[in-house]
Design a protein. Structure first.
Length: 141
């Protein structure tokens, strides 16, 4: 863990002299860390299962509400497939299109981390880092 991440974790847990960060600030810090660790990620968001955007680092030209709604729909469909066909809970889902990938990682049953990537992204690295941040986000969301 780098010094900045340690400082963020310390703030999040209320340690030190500085006031604790807000929930949104901690989510945004996790999204920023994802983008830093996986440079192919061009934007990320945390969305509720109902399609509400909790926080995002999506590009300015992105339709955040549409992405949140679509990610929530994918989360719901993925949960059903995972439960009925694969015999478990959804952990990750991938969608590939001409402009890149959407990587979705479940954050418990009520939220998801959605990451948008470049078309030639190193998807394995993105999946690894998204999984790490989703685990971190389960303690925040």
């Amino acid at each position: 863990m780098n010094a900045e991440a340690h400082e963020i974790e310390s703030l999040a847990s209320g340690e030190g002299d500085a006031p604790a960060e807000s929930r949104v600030e901690r989510i945004e810090a996790a999204l920023a860390e994802l983008r830093s660790a996986a440079p192919d990620v061009i934007g990320a968001a945390v969305v509720s299962a109902d399609g509400f955007l909790l926080a995002s680092t999506l590009p300015r030209d992105a339709d955040e509400e549409l992405i949140a709604a679509m990610a929530a729909a994918l989360l719901g469909t993925g949960e059903r497939i995972a439960g009925e066909v694969l015999g478990g809970e959804l952990t990750q889902a991938l969608v590939r299109g001409r402009l890149g990938w959407l990587v979705l990682c479940a954050i418990g049953r009520d939220a998801a981390l959605a990451a948008l990537t470049t078309p030639d992204a190193r998807v394995g690295l993105v999946l690894l880092e998204a999984k790490r941040q989703a685990a971190r986000l389960t303690r925040i969301v």
